[in-house]
Write a protein that binds this ligand. Structure first.
Ligand code: PLP
Length: 451
């Protein structure tokens, strides 16, 4: 099994991939990624590809970081595994918990570790329900989320998420999870004043709380910027108003920082940039830059105090909670982010530069609603952007664009007809220029196909 076609045949025979239509893949064969360095990946035919998605929004410090390899090797030699159950702990997990609490700010005191974003959101559900039950309000169970949100693939994660395709398989969502509309200004109300729309969209939360009864609502969950839903950047009025509403009804606020955390928006956590003060924050991906699986929940003092002082034993945990090797890699990863000043660089240099370049991209005939926030960006492919007419869905223009992008050596993702990117935080301005050339060429090739 050495040639591309041999690997593809075995892959097709035995490996069931996530989110893949295997029948559709048959005959084509999966792309085999064999190596990576910096912001580039290579396939088995030695084609060099610009990875503008940082893997799956996770390779924040870029590929090929020897420091992370060294940290994993050293920890594996010393203590490759031990668990944190039964009154036991390990040094990398303790250090990482302290470090993450320090980055998250005064509102937070503890971290619960898992191995993924999905598991962490399951933890959130269990934690908020246990919190309210401990306070004598067990009927406060409902969690409000948003359409097109992505919070993972477990039963609970997919239920919290607002992806209709996921709900359609397996009878989701599970009970007591409800959804409101996402704050997508360009898609829902492009002619309205943006700030007014932000307040209106936050108001949908209040309407839902009143419909259900505040005494039944445990929490609201949202990604500061919705990622997999198409990089939906809310108006600046949105999150402060969401916060005001949560405070008014005493509802816990969970910010899912799996994409936005660890510098992507130009702050350690996206909620800080957008004006929310969550009680719980989900993290994963960027905490290790994807080099090893690690996730968790940063727990605010409000929740931690109740759970620790009144909640008794929290009957919840994973074999790999606080995995010493994953935690050692996370510490080395945070060292790199800090020593290279990547968070500030996103805020002050690369983020604003990407915004400038995306403003120019808006001149392309296909591009509507081009927006960026730190190092996430998205735009909609429009049939007639002047009159705000989208393409017919059946044309799958997003897929056409994505295929041109791959062929052109660029990983750009399609969510319907929205094209999105999230490049590594170590990207330079010169590499942003290089990426913009590839994006423009991709758009020109797409335009030629659809006109
Ligand atoms: N939450 C958000 C915001 C995500 O983007 C993702 C994954 O993309 C998840 C949760 C799920 O994380 P994981 O795939 O590690 O379970």
């Amino acid at each position: 099994m050495t040639t591309t076609s041999e690997i593809q045949a075995t892959d097709s025979a035995h490996y069931m991939h996530p989110f893949t239509d295997h029948k559709g893949l048959a005959g084509k064969g999966a792309r085999i990624i064999t190596k990576a360095d910096g912001i580039h990946i290579w396939d088995s035919e030695n084609k060099k590809i610009f990875d503008a998605m940082s893997g799956l929004w996770c390779v924040n410090v870029g590929y090929g970081r020897q420091e992370l390899v060294d940290a994993a090797t050293k920890q594996m030699q010393e203590l490759p595994y031990y668990n944190s159950f039964f009154q036991t702990t390990n040094v990398p997990a303790v250090k990482l918990a302290e470090r993450i609490v320090g980055l998250a700010g005064d509102n937070f005191s503890h971290v619960f570790f898992s191995s993924s974003g999905s598991e962490s959101n399951d933890t959130n559900i269990r934690m908020v329900r246990h919190y309210w039950a401990t306070l004598g309000q067990p009927e406060r169970k409902v969690i409000i989320s948003r359409n097109n949100a992505y919070h993972g693939s477990t039963m609970a994660g997919a239920s919290l998420g607002g992806m209709s395709g996921m709900h359609a398989q397996g009878g989701l969502p599970i009970p007591d999870i409800v959804h409101i509309e996402q704050p997508y200004h360009y898609g829902l109300a492009p002619t309205k004043d943006k700030d007014a729309f932000g307040l209106e969209a936050a108001g949908w939360l209040e309407a839902k709380i009143l419909e259900i009864g505040a005494d039944k609502v445990a929490a609201f969950i949202g990604e500061p910027v919705q990622g997999a839903g198409g990089v939906i950047i809310p108006p600046k009025t949105y999150w402060p108003e969401i916060q005001r509403i949560c405070d008014k009804y005493g509802i816990l606020l969970i910010c899912d920082e799996v994409i936005c955390g660890f510098g992507r928006l130009g702050k350690w956590f996206g909620s800080e940039l957008l004006g929310a003060k969550p009680d719980l924050m989900t993290f994963a991906k960027g905490v290790t830059s994807g080099y090893l699986p690690l996730g968790g929940v940063v727990i605010g003092k409000r929740v931690a105090d109740v759970l620790i002082n009144q909640g008794g034993e929290f009957n919840h945990g994973y074999t790999y909670s606080g995995h010493p090797v994953a935690c050692a890699v996370a510490l080395a990863n945070i060292d790199i982010i800090e020593s290279e000043g990547l968070v500030d660089k996103v805020l002050k240099e690369t983020g604003p530069y990407l915004a400038e370049r995306y403003a120019e991209l808006a001149n392309h005939p296909l591009v509507g609603g081009a927006e960026t926030c730190g190092l996430v960006a998205g735009f909609a492919l429009m049939k007639d952007k002047v009159n705000h007419i989208p393409f017919d869905e059946s044309l799958e223009v997003g897929m056409i664009c994505r295929n041109h992008s791959f062929a052109n050596g660029l990983i750009m993702r399609a969510v319907g007809d929205r094209m999105i990117i999230a490049p590594p935080l170590c990207i330079t301005k010169a590499q942003i220029d290089e990426m913009m050339v590839l994006i423009t060429e991709t758009l020109d090739a797409t335009l030629a196909d659809v006109t």
